[in-house]
Write a protein that binds this ligand. Structure first.
Ligand SMILES: *Cc1c(COP(=O)(O)O)cnc(C)c1O
Length: 477
């Protein structure tokens, strides 16, 4: 039922404070034809009704508060509520973005300390908190690569190398940054094909973008050799660190030789995300790229913090003001609550949890890469497909069991791919329940496939036409 249908004249669910400023005369502020003649037809409902309305709407959708959400590469972990509490402190929420540095010392200190923590986690020398998404962090990195080569008058470098298993945002960012993309093949074991890389690494290469662990959840063991090849040909090395939750406190991108890494604070460092944001994709960089970092930057002199608004070689701003400030507070809170040991435990548990599910499902599903995984693993519905049941059918059937689907049909190099990332915040029982349900669906695919093909039957809507939904998006009633 629409909320407007519940409207009864005179009911209200709010109280406003007494107005304590003179009311303006609208006719002085707006042209006559823009002034409303009749009152807006807004629903008039009690607080109780509006609360029930939104709770009901929220229940139409699956969410991390209702259960495990194993969407590989997206890191849908539980987001601690203390983050929200601190992000709502009036000292943060009521601070004007234009206030002078001396009146915003607390906010600047928070940003400075978050930047220092990220530098320590990545083992790199410079940081920018500006980018507002992982993909925008990628673009910031690529623009810094371009500025670095330009600064050295090295203008023949027009190529960015990208493995064929990469997240789609990598080639998109490199293309927007003005580069052409050359794809590097993966080997049988899912890792980068070093021979193919070597044959493509020449003096036209501006850099390479790598996800480590890769999008199939395995660690690029030959990263040092890859680093030698790329730096050897004069290129720079970019790490897509969207899923840093596999490495925290264990290995550092800086030590592996990366020149730039972005982190998705909304994934690894726990901010609710999905549906387009808000997020934050800070970048950390090596010494070589520090002069090109976006501005403004928070600096500390003595015990005073201030904003450096311009530097000679900066690529400029990626965002108005300082980035998505609320997300920065949440990530800062998360890091400070966990401490350095807790941060490492996040990754250890993320890895153990993924391997546990991988083990529990091994009899029913095909694994293209059989070794231990990192924070996620890819399996294939190839075997089920022989009975006419696809990865998509399995994803839909999971809803009937009260579970969210894994990422499906990504990475592109695996047929009927399902990328499963349970995250570190699930209990053993929750992991076992997911694996049991997946195995049950595999059995249904053999013995009773219609229940899978007709799923979901318990959701608010049946299967939607997702091609139509994305091309003709209609988010209104
Ligand atoms: C999520 C993700 C991105 C993109 O991050 P956004 O914040 O959605 O722009 C890039 N690369 C990888 C590997 C990711 O998982």
């Amino acid at each position: 039922m629409l909320i407007i249908e519940k409207s009864k004249s005179g009911r209200k669910g709010y109280t406003l404070p007494q107005i304590d400023v003179p009311t303006a005369d609208m006719s002085e502020l707006l042209p006559n034809n823009m002034i409303r003649k009749d009152a807006a037809k807004l629903p008039e409902v009690s607080e109780n009704e509006i609360s029930r309305h939104y709770i009901k709407l929220s229940q139409l959708n699956y969410n991390i508060e209702s259960g495990l959400y194993p969407l590989g590469s997206c890191t849908m972990k539980y987001n601690p509520k203390v983050n929200e509490k601190l992000a709502a402190l009036p000292g943060f929420t009521e601070l004007h973005p234009c206030s002078q540095d001396e009146y915003s010392q607390g906010a600047l200190q928070m940003m400075y300390e978050l930047g220092e923590a990220l530098k320590e986690i990545t083992g790199l020398q410079g940081v920018s908190l500006q980018p507002s998404a992982g993909s925008q962090g990628e673009l910031a990195g690529i623009l810094m690569f371009r500025a670095y080569h330009k600064d050295r008058n090295d203008d023949k470098r027009t190529v960015i190398l990208i493995p064929d298993s990469a997240h789609g945002t990598n080639p998109a960012s490199a293309a927007i940054g003005g580069f052409s993309i050359v794809s590097v093949k993966s080997r049988e074991d899912g890792r980068i094909d070093i021979d193919d890389l070597r044959s493509k690494a020449d003096d036209t290469v501006a850099g390479m973008m790598i996800t480590n662990p890769s999008t199939i959840g395995i660690f690029e063991k030959e990263i040092e050799e890859i680093e030698r090849i790329i730096h050897g040909c004069g290129g720079l090395l970019y790490m897509d660190g969207a899923n840093l939750n596999a490495l925290l406190g264990i290995v550092r991108p800086g030590d592996m030789g990366f020149d730039c890494v972005h982190m998705n604070l909304h994934k690894t460092f726990s901010t609710p995300h999905g549906g387009g944001g808000p997020g934050a994709g800070p970048v950390c960089v090596s010494d070589k790229l520090v002069p090109f970092l976006p501005t403004p930057q928070v600096i500390k002199e003595g015990d005073k913090y201030s904003l450096l608004r311009d530097t000679e070689k900066s690529i400029g701003s990626m965002h108005s003001f300082y980035g998505n400030f609320g997300v920065l507070i949440r990530a800062y809170t998360y890091i400070r609550m966990l401490g350095s040991l807790g941060i490492r435990q996040v990754s250890e548990n993320a890895i153990i949890n993924a391997n546990y599910i991988m083990k529990l499902m091994e009899n029913e599903y095909e694994y293209p890469y059989k070794e231990f995984c990192m924070h996620e693993f890819v399996c294939s519905a190839d075997r089920q497909k022989q009975h006419g049941v696809s990865a998509k059918d399995i994803a839909k059937r999971l809803l009937d069991y009260g579970l969210h689907a894994p990422t499906i049909y990504f990475p592109l190099i695996v047929r009927e791919a399902m990328l499963i990332e349970p995250t570190e915040t699930e209990t053993k029982e929750s992991l076992e329940n997911f694996a049991n349900v997946m195995n049950k669906i595999a059995e249904e695919a053999r013995t009773n496939k219609d229940v899978v093909l007709n799923a979901p039957t318990t959701a608010a809507v049946k299967r939607l036409d997702d091609a139509l939904a994305s091309r003709k998006l209609n988010i209104r009633w």
